[in-house]
Design a protein around this ligand. Structure first.
Ligand SMILES: *Cc1c(COP(=O)(O)O)cnc(C)c1O
Length: 384
């Protein structure tokens, strides 16, 4: 049987590769490599898709988070509320600005920050909130924004995994004060290397971000503040521009595959398919199930791999229990919903070029493995 990779970027390259190679050659021959017409066109296109007036291209999604926090005047002594169940970059950005990440537990259904726990985490030092639209599922922004307004906090959306998603009909990225997008190759809109963008409705924040990404310089060699070198280059921008018109169709294809997964897995005991929150249109950056029962997630992953089926665990260790954040003094048990998700989640193959037949094969294999494992617990040994 053919293998089913957890992600196969070569399939997408077959669709767009010829055009990317042609236009890349044009950029190479043009002699203009950084912040040119392709970057501008991409900024305009991504801002529009995100329901924002401004797009600011930067070097990667992590830089986008750092610059967003800096533009919101987050610095040493400040606290920023976020989720512990995310990629490390979300909290790294807070720490790199000199601020303290304050982790709030998740809603076990959506894997996103639980808005009902935010208010009790706010102190006099709190400056901002970073909700993450994890796995392409929008966070509950209509509950988060009123809390932010009441306490005069900025909201930075980590939209690295959810470009194109809708929350109550509005695009993620347009719901907070500023949003961060990653074009890392594995994201729903992926470059051929590192790239990122910020989008915002605020002209003031956009202006500050443009300053910060280029050494705090508005007029060449006159530096208004200490900034960064975080510019987007024309080679990445041209590849992303070619892919941009496909994004809506690709996201629709992910939704189609997700509905097949959910239907097929509804008969599999011990597996919880990801529910879709009301009034949201997720973009299924990942299709992530929960596998119930001690050790069952790891067992499923190992046995799927033995059948040539890839899967990934995003993320096995929540940030509050990572060595990098041990200085915050957390211990196991502090964030129960987050910790239980980290023990149970498994992301199955998901990309627009995956076929319905492949999804059904993953589901059949998953169901068979879980049924057998439930009948014979791990380590029980065969009779005889
Ligand atoms: C990918 C990702 C980032 C960082 O983006 P890079 O472009 O890799 O720097 C930040 N937050 C989340 C949730 C991500 O998935």
């Amino acid at each position: 049987m053919d293998k089913i990779a957890v992600l196969d970027l070569q399939r997408q390259y077959k669709q767009v590769g010829a055009e990317i190679e042609k236009r890349t050659l044009e950029v190479l021959r043009s002699g203009h490599y950084i912040l040119g017409k392709n970057v501008s066109a991409l900024e305009e296109g991504v801002a529009k898709l995100s329901g924002c007036a401004h797009g600011i291209g930067v070097a990667n999604g992590t830089d986008a988070l750092i610059l967003a926090l800096r533009a919101c005047n987050v610095g040493p002594g400040d606290e920023v509320i976020t989720t512990s169940f995310t990629f490390a970059a979300t909290a790294e950005a807070i720490a790199l600005c000199g601020a303290k990440p304050v982790f709030v537990d998740i809603d076990p259904k959506t894997f996103n920050i639980d808005p009902d726990l935010i208010a009790q985490a706010i102190t006099a030092k709190t400056k901002a909130i970073i909700p993450v639209h994890l796995y392409g599922q929008p966070a509950d922004m209509d509950k988060i924004m009123p809390i932010a307004h009441k306490h005069n906090l900025k909201v930075v959306e980590d939209n690295a995994q959810a470009i194109g998603a809708l929350y109550k009909g509005r695009p993620t990225g347009s719901l907070g004060d500023v949003a961060c997008i990653s074009f890392y190759p594995t994201k729903n809109l992926g470059a051929c290397g590192d790239a990122g963008m910020l989008v915002t409705v605020s002209a003031d924040i956009a202006d500050r971000l443009k300053l910060l990404r280029g050494h705090g310089m508005r007029v060449r060699y006159y530096h208004e503040e200490v900034g960064y070198n975080s510019r987007l280059d024309e080679l990445q921008a041209v590849a992303l521009l070619i892919k941009l018109p496909y994004l809506e169709g690709w996201n629709a294809q992910r939704r189609e595959l997700a509905s097949i997964y959910t239907e097929e897995l509804s008969h599999c005991p011990g597996v919880v398919a990801p529910p879709v929150a009301p009034h949201t249109t997720p973009v299924w950056h990942q299709y992530t199930i929960r596998v119930l029962g001690k050790g069952m997630r790891d067992r499923l992953q190992t046995e799927l791999a033995a059948q040539g089926i890839g899967s990934m665990c995003y993320y096995p260790v929540p940030l509050h229990l990572q060595a990098a954040f041990s200085y915050l003094g957390h211990r196991a048990g502090d964030l129960p919903a987050t910790e239980s998700a980290a023990d149970q989640v498994l992301s199955l193959p998901m990309y627009p070029e995956l076929t319905a037949g492949e999804v059904k094969r993953v589901c059949a294999a998953t169901t068979a493995i879980i049924r057998t494992a439930s009948a014979v617990p791990a380590g029980a040994g065969q009779a005889g």
